[in-house]
Design a binder for this molecule. Structure first.
Ligand SMILES: Cc1cc2nc3c(=O)[nH]c(=O)nc-3n(C[C@H](O)[C@H](O)[C@H](O)COP(=O)(O)OP(=O)(O)OC[C@H]3O[C@@H](n4cnc5c(N)ncnc54)[C@H](O)[C@@H]3O)c2cc1C
Length: 253
């Protein structure tokens, strides 16, 4: 990997949500322009090698800094080191962003309702989209569905309400729908494909999934993405290709 493709950025803050989830911010170089939903490639030196991983950008495209939301994978080549990150440390950032999990990919059906379905750190690109005024202008209803295992993993819950208040001021159609899969007492605790199959997700949103008007984005765990895709297809929704179709996805591994 050519080191010239990267700039060296300073870590500004680190916030630890749980022992395996944390967020960090770093400096954003002037050349680094991105669209909400895209990901960055971040590098850490391990001896002479540069270990690089993809990270969805949490921040608004208008922010002066970059924010990321990370898992800690025990023995993971990248995160076993990244977990010790502290303000003042340096990280490599590839100079260009990547990715097509952006609202620009949709032409048809015309936008009416947006469903953002993420597991764990798969929430990240949706936080960026919600910090873009255009998202709020385009859609009459926005459902953010965030599936985690335990309530402690529900990172960003307060920030989500703040973001909705600031970026979606006056917008009446935002629903934040948490799903807590290991808490049988949580209002929604089944896996996303089951919640689509039995209608509970639409009930929580107060809206039906509709092939003629719904844009649905899935991000995170590949098994969730695959199974949810199938559940949506069973409801008549189609994969988005060349601008047409309802479903867009991003797998994290
Ligand atoms: C487009 C894209 C965007 C991504 N954005 C993010 C992000 O915003 N935040 C983030 O934490 N990760 C994200 N990832 C995953 C990230 O690139 C790394 O896989 C992760 O940092 C772990 O790296 P590692 O070397 O420690 O473990 P790896 O060797 O990369 O992964 C080992 C195993 O850990 C598990 N795993 C990996 N990533 C996750 C995860 N995020 N949540 C739960 N289990 C996981 C999988 O079982 C995987 O096989 C993204 C991946 C892609 C392809």
């Amino acid at each position: 990997m050519s080191i010239e493709k990267f700039s060296l950025e300073k870590v500004l803050s680190v916030h630890r949500w749980t022992s395996t989830l944390f967020s960090f911010t770093m400096t954003r170089p002037a050349h680094f322009k991105f669209t909400a939903g895209q990901f960055a490639r971040i590098g850490l030196k391990a001896g002479d090698d540069l270990v690089v991983r993809a990270y969805s950008i949490v921040s608004s495209p208008f922010d002066e800094t970059l924010e990321f939301f990370s898992i800690v994978v025990p023995d993971g080549a990248f995160t076993s080191n990244l977990q010790h990150l502290q303000a003042g440390d340096e990280l490599y950032l590839e100079k260009i962003p990547y990715g097509f999990l952006t609202l620009a990919r949709y032409q048809l059906p015309l936008p009416q309702d947006l469903w953002l379905l993420g597991t764990g750190t798969g929430l990240a690109p949706f936080l960026s989209m919600l910090q873009d005024f255009e998202t709020w202008h385009k859609y009459q209803q926005i459902n953010l569905v965030y599936s985690v295992r335990t309530a402690a993993e529900l990172a960003y819950a307060e920030r989500i309400e703040e973001i909705a208040a600031v970026f979606g001021e006056g917008h009446q159609g935002f629903r934040f729908i948490p799903v807590i899969t290991r808490d049988p007492h949580a209002p929604l605790h089944e896996r996303l494909p089951a919640l689509i199959g039995n209608g509970a997700l639409e009930q929580a949103a107060g809206l039906a999934l509709n092939p003629a008007s719904s844009h649905v984005m899935l991000c995170g765990n590949p098994q969730m993405v695959e199974d949810t895709k199938e559940a949506l297809k069973a409801r008549g929704l189609t994969m988005n290709r060349r601008g047409e179709g309802n479903i867009a996805v991003e797998n994290y591994w």
